[in-house]
Design a protein around this ligand. Structure first.
Ligand code: ATP
Length: 293
């Protein structure tokens, strides 16, 4: 089936599954063991400024109610601010992204967009306002053009190409004999990690959301791809509230603010420079994880 033929809600469902399935292999079982869905319906805001607030958020995954993941977490993202979250593995960084996209609701406290608790907002509408660039973006088995178009099925070819150019993807796409018509996925060409990321960035450009979530790749891209991805991301983030799940020193050094997550709470917050000037988890993480890696 053509991707554009899928209804938006079906795409959202697939995306929810992809979100839940990424990460640890055991999480894939959730595709079989489905959790109760977030109820549909709710308010749509006429416009989005992009102010995000987590207030005293307590959260455990429904499949593991005895394991507290977030324990009274507070965080604020001001409109247009680029904030990176760092922390040890399992600290809950990806969980923040899942709660912001409302794939789950917290058991305590609230997550709010422009002052409206997410539980009062329509989930589909919310997700249309959030762009996501995953570590390993999932491409569908269809053409590159339809992969870019999936969040905006009525986009013209010219709009798709414009988005691809902004994402530094146009040149590599043009080099395929069938260009934008090139089939990707299982029965098509295999794209490199950096190329997949640029397709995902093109999707986000076309979607033009107020909020962005970037899950930075942990595995290294080749130098050329790395540069093109970084350049495209910088353009994409401009003017959008951005939450980056960061793994690289070069990223955290350039953001407005870094949040350090540990034990289900934000334990440090500040610029890279200010956090480096004090004793604490951040400096230890940078010294061990980033520099040693
Ligand atoms: P990493 O850097 O390793 O990706 P993280 O900081 O993003 O880690 P999360 O993926 O948010 O951490 O996980 C936080 C905790 O919640 C971990 O203990 C993890 O095992 C658990 N967890 C994550 N996803 C699920 C899930 N879908 N079901 C149950 N437990 C989960």
């Amino acid at each position: 089936t053509s991707l554009v033929a899928l209804s938006l809600s079906a795409v959202t469902e697939v995306w929810a599954d992809v979100m839940r399935a990424t990460g640890a292999a055991e999480r894939v079982f959730e595709l079989v063991d489905r959790e109760p869905a977030i109820p549909a319906g709710g308010e749509r805001l006429a416009s989005v400024k992009g102010h995000v607030e987590f207030r005293a958020v307590r959260f455990s995954y429904p499949t593991r109610p005895d394991v507290p993941v977030l324990q009274g977490l507070d965080l604020e993202l001001r409109p247009g601010e680029v904030v990176a979250v760092v922390g040890p593995s399992g600290a809950g960084k990806s969980t923040l992204a899942s709660l912001l996209s409302r794939f789950y609701d917290p058991q305590g406290g609230a997550v709010a967009l422009d002052g409206h608790p997410l539980t009062t907002l329509e989930p589909e509408w919310l997700r249309r306002n959030i762009g996501m660039v995953a570590q390993e973006p999932q491409l569908f088995s269809c053409s590159i053009a339809d992969n870019i178009r999936y969040a905006k099925p009525d986009a013209t070819d010219a709009q798709v190409e414009e988005a691809a150019r902004a994402a530094n993807a146009h040149d590599f796409i043009q080099r395929f004999p069938e260009a934008y018509g090139t089939q990707v996925g299982e029965r098509g060409v295999q794209l490199s990690g950096g190329q997949k990321q640029r397709v995902a960035i093109a999707r986000a450009v076309l979607k033009d959301p107020r909020l962005l979530i970037l899950d930075e790749a942990t595995s290294a891209l080749d130098a050329e791809s790395e540069h093109l991805v970084k350049d495209a991301l910088e353009r994409l983030m401009k003017g959008r509230t951005t939450l980056i799940i960061a793994h690289r020193l070069s990223t955290v050094a350039n953001v407005d603010r870094v949040l350090v997550l540990e034990g289900g709470r934000i334990v440090q917050s500040g610029t890279h420079a200010s956090l480096m000037s004090q004793e604490g988890l951040y400096r230890r993480l940078v010294e061990r994880q980033f520099v040693a890696a």
